[in-house]
Design a protein around this ligand. Structure first.
Ligand SMILES: C[S@@+](CC[C@H](N)C(=O)[O-])C[C@H]1O[C@@H](n2cnc3c(N)ncnc32)[C@H](O)[C@@H]1O
Length: 271
């Protein structure tokens, strides 16, 4: 796989780098730099060759005179800008999932469904090259989007990633793992196979948009002695408008997305 130059990498912007262009109105455009390529807008165009070789954080001008800022995209930029088939897990929840499920370098993580691959990318980064992510996806068209996004994001298929096209209910039991992350409509149906797959002490995390799902999941967790320490939370992130003395919360925010429920796999009770 090609070397990935992360935001703030000391190399100047280089052929093959992913970049983000920001215009005056803070609109963001994600693209790959190619010698001979051009980025077009209704304010003219910018040849990629004028960007290649610049330090990150430079400003470039379109042929029509508009100024654009050029940087390498962060993980959050990717999540928001990447094409999607299914609804993605937003950065605020990705961050909390990595923390609440304690996704550590070297961990083996099973995930369902892969959807658009947004959470997959966050999990792959968190487990690092010594870890492994196994993603299940039932719908072919979603699996295709997830695969495209992950390949685009990492510059190839990450060697520590396996995408299994099929039902997590059928495939999960044979995956020995340390963490299971569920983003699907009925996570309680997966608890039995999840308990078979997860090492004792391992962590299950379910991302569910509705409170009805939370109730159903918590009842199912309470009814199975192999699960314990269940907790549910949601994460609200409010950005602020800061302009001189005008300092106040922004009027708009991504408020409710989903509840995060975690539980620990307990040891099997002695016979
Ligand atoms: C909301 S999307 C997941 C989005 C993903 N977390 C992301 O960040 O891009 C839910 C996905 O679960 C998949 N799915 C639903 N039931 C499944 C099952 N039993 N096994 C595997 N995938 C399943 C759906 O096809 C859908 O693509």
């Amino acid at each position: 796989m090609p070397e990935l130059r992360y935001p703030g990498h000391p190399d100047p912007l280089t052929e093959g780098d992913k970049i983000l262009l920001l215009d005056r109105k803070q609109r963001r455009y994600l693209m790959t730099l190619h010698s001979g390529g051009e980025w077009h807008s209704h304010h003219g165009f910018v040849p990629h060759d004028e960007i290649i070789g610049l330090p990150e954080g430079s400003r470039v001008r379109t042929t029509g005179g508009s100024t654009l800022l050029v940087v390498r995209p962060t993980s959050a930029d990717w999540t928001v800008k990447a094409p999607r088939g299914a609804q993605v897990v937003y950065p605020k929840d990705q961050a909390m999932i990595v923390t609440l499920a304690d996704i550590v370098p070297g961990a083996v993580v099973a995930e369902a469904g892969a959807g658009s691959g947004a959470l997959t990318a966050a999990l792959l980064r968190a487990v690092g090259p010594a870890g492994r992510v196994v993603s299940f996806e039932l719908r072919e068209e979603h699996a295709d989007v997830a695969e495209r996004n992950v390949v685009e994001r990492f510059g190839g298929v990450p060697p520590n990633w396996e995408l299994r096209r099929g039902d997590v209910l059928e495939g999960l039991a044979v995956v020995e793992c340390d963490r299971i992350i569920l983003d699907l409509a009925e996570p309680w149906t997966v608890l039995k196979v999840a308990a078979d797959a997860l090492h004792p002490g391992g962590i299950l995390l379910a991302y569910t948009p509705s409170v009805v799902q939370v109730t159903r999941l918590r009842e199912a967790l309470d009814g199975d002695s192999r699960w314990g320490m269940a907790q549910t939370s949601e994460t609200l992130v409010r950005t602020w408008h800061v302009d001189g003395q005008a300092v106040r919360p922004d009027h708009r925010m991504v408020a409710h997305t989903a509840f995060l429920t975690t539980a620990r796999r307990l040891a099997d009770a002695a016979e």
